[in-house]
Design a protein around this ligand. Structure first.
Ligand SMILES: NC(=O)c1ccc[n+]([C@@H]2O[C@H](COP(=O)([O-])OP(=O)(O)OC[C@H]3O[C@@H](n4cnc5c(N)ncnc54)[C@H](O)[C@@H]3O)[C@@H](O)[C@H]2O)c1
Length: 336
């Protein structure tokens, strides 16, 4: 039985606790949070678990094999570094850390000590996203022209990161997974309306060497909860709505083509194709359960996860470039 410590049981931590607790290979030994009210609540729900406000109780417990971190982003690097240095496999909620430098340091320690370091990019375990990937890889939609992502709602305002760092990690991880390509440059614009210097609305553009293009709109200041992905290809187009309980993916047999040759302007005509709309079947499974199971499988097998530290760092590279672009009013920032 693998013994686990979990730090952070605010808004998101309890979801990790519930899912890890359901895995037969895992025993949650200790939950840590600075907030004693949150700990009292967890103790009511999970009476067999130790609770503590002192993180060193987890670090110094040689029985604890692995730690999951669900605290605010500014604490991730410090807490994860302590876990890894103490020889514990480490799972960090997204976004991995505050900078690429911090990610590099964590990856280096994990690799040197042969420890699993995973990041909570939960959408890579989402059945609908996997189905879309299958469709793309099978050539169903043809060559991808562009991807547009919209993740909007009212709140939850964060105080240590802007909305791009809060919401766009999901979109960046999805786009990178679907395209299997790293962007060469990033532009980002945004505005801080409520808290000075913390943008609550941002638009990120990702430019690719292949000519593909992606845009990500993130907002804490929108009346509706929107979680949409649109993928436009040369053959078909896909729309995915994550707020729907069923029929989340629609594949539109729509496209536009330009005649290959024309002699005069009068002969030039776009050819629009309007065909059927298909709704692929997606088996519903909790992605977070699969993400927790993946962390345990990696620890047991020693294999690298699709959400390894390296994958987490690739997301931070784009976020870091987007912050730079924001400061320079949307200027194009190259990604090394
Ligand atoms: N995967 C997802 O869909 C998803 C959704 C929401 C949040 N998250 C991520 O989860 C993490 C936590 O977010 P949240 O919304 O739950 O935040 P939160 O503020 O609601 O909860 C964080 C908790 O951590 C505790 N804490 C802070 N510093 C601590 C420390 N040094 N030691 C012990 N406890 C400490 C706080 O007391 C609080 O209870 C963030 O990285 C966030 O991006 C992921």
């Amino acid at each position: 039985m693998l013994k686990l410590g979990i730090v952070g049981c605010g808004y998101w931590g309890p979801n990790l606790i519930r899912n890890f607790n359901a895995l037969k290979e895992v025993e949650i030994k200790t939950i840590c949070d600075k907030d004693t009210e949150r700990l009292d609540h967890m103790k009511e729900l999970y009476q067999h678990v130790n609770v503590t406000t002192d993180f060193s109780d987890i670090i110094n417990d040689s029985e604890i094999d692995a730690v999951a971190i669900a605290t605010p982003v500014y604490t991730h690097h410090k807490l994860a570094k302590q876990c890894l240095e103490a020889g514990k496999h480490t799972f960090i909620e997204k976004p991995m850390a505050n900078s690429v430098t911090e990610c590099d340091e964590l990856i280096k320690i994990a690799n040197e000590k042969s420890l699993i370091l995973n990041v909570g990019h939960v959408y890579l375990f989402n059945g609908a996203i996997k189905k879309i990937k299958e469709l793309i890889d099978a050539g169903e939609i043809g060559e991808i022209y562009y991807i547009n992502m919209r993740r909007l709602n009212l709140g939850l305002f964060q105080v240590d990161i802007n909305v791009a760092w809060d919401l766009a990690p999901h979109d960046i991880s999805i786009i990178s997974y679907l395209l299997n390509e790293r962007p060469v440059s990033v532009n980002c614009q945004g505005k801080a309306h409520i808290n000075p210097n913390i943008e609550d609305v941002t638009n990120i553009s990702l430019n690719y060497a292949s000519g593909r293009f992606a845009t990500i709109q993130s907002s804490w200041l929108d009346p509706r909860k929107i979680r949409e992905v649109t993928i436009v290809g040369s053959k078909k187009m896909i729309a995915y709505d994550d707020t729907k309980a069923i029929e989340q993916i629609k594949v539109y047999d729509k496209r536009v083509s330009v005649p290959p040759h024309y002699d005069t302007f009068a002969e030039f005509q776009y050819s629009y194709h309007y065909g059927d709309i298909q709704i692929p079947y997606v088996k519903l499974k909790e992605p977070l359960r699969a993400e927790c199971q993946d962390f345990i499988n990696c620890i047991q097998s020693g294999k690298k996860s699709i959400v390894s530290g390296e994958n987490g760092k690739a997301v931070i590279e784009i976020l870091e470039a987007s912050s730079k672009s924001l400061k320079e009013n949307g200027a194009e920032i190259k990604i090394s």
